[in-house]
Design a protein around this ligand. Structure first.
Ligand code: MN
Length: 345
């Protein structure tokens, strides 16, 4: 992986950005097709843009805040989709129930703060993820998976579902499932730090990545105030998953995203009450991508092909344990076509 450094200034995004009216969760009935990526969306300068999440439902009792994409912010490095859900009391309900659905061209990062999720995929993986476990699924050319609250489970469900766009060089690779239980964990000037992906403060996580990026879970005990080291050529965002952390002087309430831009070597973090953030960053993603529903490609035609192949039971093998027709149907494609815009600088 080479570090590259070139930028295009991005202007016109204010400090408060309305969120997109429709998103692309598994349950969206009419997801939009969105083109994104490319350096014109990247701020080379430090920024401080607070974006509240758009609330959606992932089934009875499970509320999701969609933090990316938003109208103003499409990617942070290769991070292209950020959901924060819970904390929710599952009670006697079914909890999270997402039957088999396909993915292409991306990695999914499952990161739990409370509760369990059973993951099954078309490679035959069958794993119950617990808090502190990284579930890293690299779709490559195609994978299908299901995610469910197990029958026997803790009362609370609280976590994040994050997607990373694969670069052209990796997006047709064979699919891969990784389950990492021992993530680098250390304290930094009073902070409790766990590295989910990438490298931070000299510690390297084991999960496979395909562009330079980082994901760090940072617990900030009440009264702690310090600063952490950043890569000046990464762009960053913090998502607040518990409490109200203060990041570069700005309050980040639970369920919000604070876009930080690039060009920072340090970041001030503090909290008056116990708080927790995920710091996500990476080298700006230079390729333009097209994203629709759970599929990521490079053109409308590619997405249409993947959709057709899912509907015809091609490309994506069946997830063992599920009947062939017990799965998520693809929603209809939106009307109109995206015009390919190619690589931009
Ligand atoms: Mn999925």
């Amino acid at each position: 992986m080479k570090r590259k450094l070139y930028w295009r200034r991005r202007d016109g995004i204010g400090s408060s950005v309305p969120t997109l009216g429709t998103g692309m969760s598994d349950l969206d009935s009419a997801p939009p097709m969105i083109e994104r990526g490319g350096l014109r969306d990247v701020s080379a300068q430090p920024k401080l843009e607070l974006t509240p999440g758009r609330t959606a439902s992932l089934g009875p009792g499970t509320t999701v805040r969609r933090l990316l994409p938003t109208l103003g912010r499409r990617m942070v490095g290769a991070w292209c989709f950020l959901d924060h859900y819970g904390p929710d009391e599952l009670g006697a309900g079914a909890g999270m129930q997402v039957p088999p659905h396909p993915h292409t061209g991306l990695q999914t990062v499952s990161w739990l703060l409370d509760g369990d999720i059973r993951h099954r995929d078309s490679l035959g993986s069958d794993v119950v993820l617990q808090p502190g476990d990284l579930g890293l699924m690299t779709s490559g050319h195609g994978i299908a998976h299901s995610e469910q609250s197990p029958l026997a489970r803790p009362k609370l469900l609280h976590g994040t579902q994050l997607w990373v766009a694969l670069p052209d060089a990796a997006r047709q690779m064979d699919p891969k499932w990784e389950h990492h239980r021992a993530l680098p964990t250390f304290t930094w000037d009073g902070l409790q730090v766990r590295i989910v992906l990438g490298e931070f403060a000299g510690h390297l996580a084991a999960g496979t990545i395909h562009t330079p990026l980082v994901g760090v879970d940072i617990t900030i005990p009440a009264g702690v105030a310090t600063s952490i080291p950043l890569e000046a050529d990464f762009e960053y965002a913090a998502i607040s998953v518990y409490g109200t952390a203060r990041v570069d002087g700005a309050d980040a309430p639970i369920g919000s995203l604070l876009y930080l831009g690039a060009g920072r070597r340090t970041l001030a973090v503090s909290a008056e009450t116990p708080s927790r953030i995920m710091l996500l960053g990476g080298e700006p993603f230079e390729e333009r991508i097209v994203m629709w529903w759970n599929l990521l490609g490079r053109s409308h035609d590619e997405i249409e092909l993947y959709r057709t192949q899912w509907e015809q039971h091609e490309r994506f093998p069946r997830v063992p344990g599920w009947a062939a027709d017990d799965r998520t149907d693809a929603p209809p494609l939106p009307g109109g076509r995206l015009k390919p815009r190619g690589r931009q600088r």
